[in-house]
Write a protein that binds this ligand. Structure first.
Ligand code: CAA
Length: 240
């Protein structure tokens, strides 16, 4: 039986590439999305991967979303917590909303989603959880106290849950992308982005498919001894 994988923020950007790569590996994939119904419909039409709308920052919606997916596809074996937003701004200009939206959407979502699947994974003695962190959670980034705190939180969350899951056959790992060619990175002011790319030893932005193949590596059935790790995929920009 094909394993069931859920990818949050799975219809655009890095998440879209992860959903497609997992489908191509033979998994049954469900792609969650938060807002852009038009893009999600086009994604489903193009890929055949069903998309599910809910807000990952809402605990009850995560419970309901997983319940629906399990009714449609079966128990969830693989969870990729990819959904994330930026609300960049320097501290002295940042509103509480900018702080809170990023913490809730990027970090609390990991609790909400893991809580919805963890009991089933423990009962079945198998699970693969991959949380998408960031180079900016490892190194910090000017204008991103909210995002860096959330992503850094994801790295700690990953190591703690890895310890809890180990005896139950559940691995929990993080991938820390650098600057990847997506809408999120294209929103960085061009003069700022130019300076960032100049500091990437590989000399270019990453591709979403380069994150997707890392996720596929970690969720493989053969990956049972890799847990609590953070795999940096950043073109050498930060070696950690
Ligand atoms: N280090 C030091 N100083 C910096 C700096 C940096 N990295 N970036 C900007 N500054 C300085 C500027 O030189 C400027 O100084 P002066 O006033 O002396 O000229 C001052 O800070 C103000 O800069 P801005 O004009 O840029 O200020 P702003 O308020 O308009 O914008 C900002 C600030 C929103 C942080 C903007 O610079 C920005 O968007 N930066 C990009 C942040 C970024 O990298 N975000 C990543 C998004 S992608 C992502 O997050 C995905 C992932 O995981 C990698």
């Amino acid at each position: 039986m094909a394993r069931v994988a859920v990818v949050t923020g799975g219809t655009r950007g890095i998440g879209e590439a992860i959903s497609i790569a997992l489908r191509d590996k033979g998994y049954k994939v469900a792609a969650n999305y938060g807002g852009n119904a038009e893009v999600a419909a086009a994604f489903t039409k193009a890929t055949g991967i069903k998309s599910y709308k809910w807000d990952v920052s809402d605990f009850a919606q995560c419970q309901a979303g997983i319940k629906q997916i399990e009714a449609d596809l079966g128990p969830v074996d693989i969870l990729v917590n990819n959904a994330g937003i930026t609300r960049d701004g320097t501290m002295h200009k940042m509103s509480f909303e900018q702080w809170n939206q990023v913490i809730q959407t990027n970090l609390s979502s990991c609790f909400n989603m893991c809580r919805a699947v963890i009991e089933g994974m423990r009962a079945r003695k198998f699970g693969r959880i991959v949380n998408i962190g960031s180079i900016n959670g490892q190194a910090g980034q000017y204008g991103q106290v909210n995002y860096a705190a959330a992503k850094s939180g994801i790295h700690g969350f990953t190591k703690a849950l890895a310890q809890e899951g180990a005896a139950a056959g559940i691995t929990v790992n993080a991938v820390a992308p650098g600057y990847i060619d997506t809408d999120m990175v294209r929103a960085v002011p061009p003069n700022v982005l130019e300076k960032i790319v100049a500091r990437i030893p590989v000399g270019r932005l990453g591709k979403a498919s380069e994150i997707a193949r890392t996720v596929c590596f970690l969720v493989d059935d053969e990956g049972g001894f890799i847990t609590g790790s953070t795999l940096s995929v950043n073109g050498g920009q930060h070696m950690y």
